[in-house]
Design a protein around this ligand. Structure first.
Ligand code: 5GP
Ligand code: ZN
Length: 119
């Protein structure tokens, strides 16, 4: 999709540090890591976010989660890890192309679901 940052990364217009690629997704290092391991798993097809998923995307969504699991193993995250997808403005989504954060490599803080202003 024109003007989409992740579409540009996927088609190579913008460089990135890819750690995995197959026919339907890529995984790359987040430019501003929030944990020692912070990867983004991104479907190649432009989908606005988890709110843009359709029933027909069930296999894709499952494949992304299994990729997260495999990348966690490959990155030695045997102590634990987290997958997050932010949706929309209230969810803190800043790039409007579906992506899942894979975070690990240190003990992560409590669930980041606090309401702004309530700590
Ligand atoms: P969101 O806030 O939408 O959940 O996540 C977007 C993520 O994309 C952020 O963690 C941000 O650091 C990352 N990001 C933004 N621009 C770039 C970029 O040009 N390259 C890479 N690798 N990550 C980016
Ligand atoms: Zn896109």
């Amino acid at each position: 999709m024109d003007g989409c940052l992740f579409c540009k990364i996927i088609n190579g217009e913008i460089s990135s540090e890819k750690v995995y690629e197959d026919g339907e997704m890529v995984a790359l290092r987040d430019i501003a890591p929030q944990a020692p391991v912070h990867l983004l798993i991104i479907p190649k097809r432009h989908i606005s976010g988890a709110d843009g998923l359709r029933e027909s995307d069930a296999a894709l969504a499952g494949a992304i989660l299994l990729t997260a699991k495999r990348l966690a193993e490959e990155n030695s995250l045997e102590n634990g890890w987290r997958v997050v997808t932010n949706v929309g403005e209230d969810g803190g989504q800043t790039v409007g192309h579906l992506h899942f954060h894979l975070l690990g490599g240190a003990k992560l803080g409590g669930f980041g679901g606090c309401v702004e202003g309530r700590g």
